[in-house]
Design a protein around this ligand. Structure first.
Ligand SMILES: Nc1ncnc2c1ncn2[C@@H]1O[C@H](COP(=O)(O)OP(=O)(O)OP(=O)(O)O)[C@@H](O)[C@H]1O
Ligand SMILES: [Mg+2]
Length: 224
């Protein structure tokens, strides 16, 4: 069953007289228990696609369905509700609340997801941070982290409530190979649990572990 469907997405950006066609008719689907990697050169439209798929941005044409429900052309509030129910999201920057420590960012995501049965699952907070290699940095603030640590902290926050669909933009952009392998274990555990994972990545190692690779070129799916 498809948990995420994109039909013929178009997105244009205008700066002055210049028009960029960031997406030119991209269709894509992701099933439960599947890891899909979106690859392609810088500027090919990966982040734009992910933003449209999660309702953070509105496509100029086409539509997105999540779990069979249309996400596109709904109010901000309805999109936010659908997003909270279905997605964990890692964007390229700005995933963490700067005034909260790493562990409080994770706790806050758990709170937002409303999955609290009275008390926070502190063990889960700690094990999540350990599993992304940030156990020792739990009390650090985002400004005190390296680029790779920031990405992993954002990923821990996105994973905090086991979202049915994880959409992660360059989750291993600034990490070494060992750390990347550790993160791949996470994505594979999601597959085992029947959860869907969509990753935009430049990493060949990560793309190789995906069930499917969708390659973008100039805003189109490159079948060549
Ligand atoms: N808000 C915006 N305003 C104007 N142009 C934009 C905007 N966002 C993206 N673009 C343009 O749209 C195209 C696709 O950008 P996008 O960020 O989706 O690429 P990408 O594949 O994610 O690249 P990277 O691998 O560098 O992250 C690029 O030409 C980019 O300059
Ligand atoms: Mg990008």
């Amino acid at each position: 069953m498809h948990v995420l469907d994109a039909h013929e997405l178009y997105r244009f950006f205008h700066i002055g007289d210049d028009e960029t066609a960031a997406l030119r008719g991209v269709s894509l689907h992701v099933s439960a228990g599947e890891i899909v990697a979106v690859t392609g050169p810088s500027g090919s439209g990966k982040s734009t696609l992910l933003a449209c798929l999660t309702g953070l941005d509105e496509p100029d044409g086409g539509h997105v369905e999540v779990a069979g429900m249309r996400l596109t052309r709904r109010s901000q509030a309805s999109r936010a509700r659908l997003r909270a129910a279905h997605f964990g999201i890692l964007v390229q920057s700005g995933n963490l609340f700067p005034h909260l420590t790493v562990e409080d960012n994770v706790r806050f995501q758990m709170l937002l997801a409303g999955k609290l049965a009275g008390k926070l699952d502190e063990k889960r907070v700690a094990s999540l941070l350990d599993s992304v290699g940030l156990g020792a940095r739990a009390r650090a603030f985002p400004t005190e982290l390296s680029g790779g640590e920031t990405a992993r902290a954002g990923l821990a926050a996105a994973l905090a409530c086991d979202p049915p669909i994880l959409v992660a933009d360059e989750p291993t952009a600034e990490v070494d190979r060992d750390t990347e392998s550790g993160l791949i274990v996470h994505f594979e555990a999601r597959r085992e649990a029947g959860l869907a994972t969509l990753l935009a990545t430049h990493s060949r190692a990560l793309a190789q572990r995906a069930d499917r690779v969708v390659r973008l070129k100039d805003g189109r799916v490159d079948n060549g």
